[in-house]
Design a protein around this ligand. Structure first.
Ligand SMILES: [Zn+2]
Length: 436
């Protein structure tokens, strides 16, 4: 018997992508391996042999070998392969049709655009503006109007980002539904350049989706160029990370969202007593990542003195942000859960993370337990704030998309699956500008 209502709501995949190879910057492979210059995007696009080679490298036994010799390339390859699998599709509409093919016909899709022009990886074949207009044209098509929900990417370094967001969110007949953030490519979520975007989002109850997982899409330039990147601008802690891949955790760390949503911390940093973004409707994409879920499950629960401080709290930014030797910090999983319990409109999606089925038992228990709690004025249940998403096509080799969704649904059972794939997304996505 159902324990909550799902009045014929469709399934929503709250995290997917349809950008194509033409939107990926030329030196995307930079910093992954020293021989990155072998893989410029235009070259991979033109050259079948290189594409074949990337496919061969993804063979299980070759991958095993690579994990010893080139661990970084080993981590990056599945993503590179996903791009290669879809490299021959240069129209976003075709990508969307492919994605739809894996789901029941009335399934809806959140499509997250990507602005990779400021990650110091060169230019892409098509500009960000072209990417936005192409997707808007698909949204204008009656066949897709109620099926796709595009999100506009907001990078504080892009001049006029406030105006651009408003323009696409209020585009009559083909509006964007929400805003996408991706700090990994070189900015903090509390960057003052996003103030206008955040205030506009709060005023209109707009949904934002950000990226909270370690990953291969990150800043490719010289991280020593920016003096703000030596110590954390709010916690004051020295920032670790030698390689760009390691350093990216400083931008994606979930405690950055405590810095953004905690009125006291943000007002002090922005030097404005009136600023309060604690009601921002924001989804932490990927829920911290499967590695952090495994860390939560395998590490023992930490005694208070483990932190060398009297009373450590999960969201206390004075805590160490990273494991120091044998001293372990809270997992990103714990921090994301705590943000959801503390702030009224913080959500998390399980995209990409769900490709590791070792996390399913924890997800099920977390949701079931949370449903036993009675929600109240200041009691926010995690079960009301988890969203189903997959990260198509970044996560998938062909065919895996359907497999993942079915495996997850079967593991969680229909009641809970409906909660995260139907009820919660419908609430998250609806806004004053575009109510669902
Ligand atoms: Zn994604």
């Amino acid at each position: 018997m159902k324990t909550f209502n799902t009045p014929n709501l469709p399934i929503y995949n709250s995290h997917s992508h349809c950008f194509t190879i033409d939107h990926v910057p030329e030196d995307f492979a930079k910093t992954m391996v020293w021989f990155y210059w072998l893989f410029p995007i235009s070259w991979i696009k033109r050259n079948r042999v290189i594409r074949k080679l990337i496919k061969i490298l993804n063979n299980k036994s070759v991958l095993k070998f690579l994990s010893w010799v080139f661990p970084k390339l080993y981590k990056a390859l599945p993503r590179l392969l996903s791009f290669v699998e879809y490299f021959n599709i240069v129209e976003q509409e075709k990508m969307i049709k492919q994605l739809r093919g894996y789901y029941p016909l009335d399934t809806r899709f959140v499509l997250l655009t990507m602005d990779m022009e400021y990650m110091a990886a060169g230019k892409s074949i098509k500009t960000f503006k072209q990417q936005l207009d192409e997707l808007a044209a698909v949204k204008a098509d009656p066949e897709f109007k109620d099926i796709i929900y595009p999100f506009i990417f907001a990078d504080p370094r892009r001049p006029g980002i406030d105006k651009l967001v408003v323009q696409y969110m209020e585009d009559l007949g083909k509006p964007y539904q929400g805003i996408k953030l991706y700090p990994a490519i070189g900015y903090y979520p509390f960057d003052k350049g996003l103030r206008g975007v955040y205030e506009y989002a709060i005023a209109n109850d707009l949904p934002l989706i950000t990226h909270c997982i370690r990953g291969v899409v990150h800043y490719r330039g010289d991280k020593n160029e920016n003096k703000d990147w030596l110590v954390h601008p709010i916690s004051g802690q020295k920032l670790p990370g030698v390689t760009n891949y390691e350093f990216t955790a400083n931008f994606t760390h979930p405690l950055n969202y405590e810095c953004l949503l905690n009125k006291k911390l943000l007002s002090a940093y922005w030097k404005d007593e009136n600023i309060d973004l604690s009601r921002l409707k924001i989804c932490l994409g990927h829920f911290g990542g499967e590695d952090e879920w495994l860390k939560y499950m395998t590490d023992c629960w930490l005694p208070a003195d483990y932190f060398m401080m009297p009373n450590p709290k999960t969201l206390d930014i004075e805590n160490p942000w990273y494991d120091l030797g044998d001293k372990k910090t809270f997992s990103w999983f714990s921090i994301v859960c705590e943000l959801m319990r503390t702030y009224p409109n913080v959500y998390a999606d399980i995209s990409y993370t769900l490709c590791d089925d070792r996390i399913y038992p924890l997800l099920k228990v977390l949701l079931e337990d949370s449903l036993k709690i009675t929600p109240g004025p200041n009691v926010y249940r995690i079960a009301d704030k988890v969203l189903f998403g997959t990260d198509f096509f970044v996560v998938s080799k062909a065919g895996a998309e359907r497999e993942m969704s079915i495996k997850l649904r079967s593991a969680l059972g229909d009641d809970i699956f409906d909660k995260i794939a139907r009820d919660n997304p419908a609430k998250f996505l609806s806004s004053k500008l575009n109510p669902l």
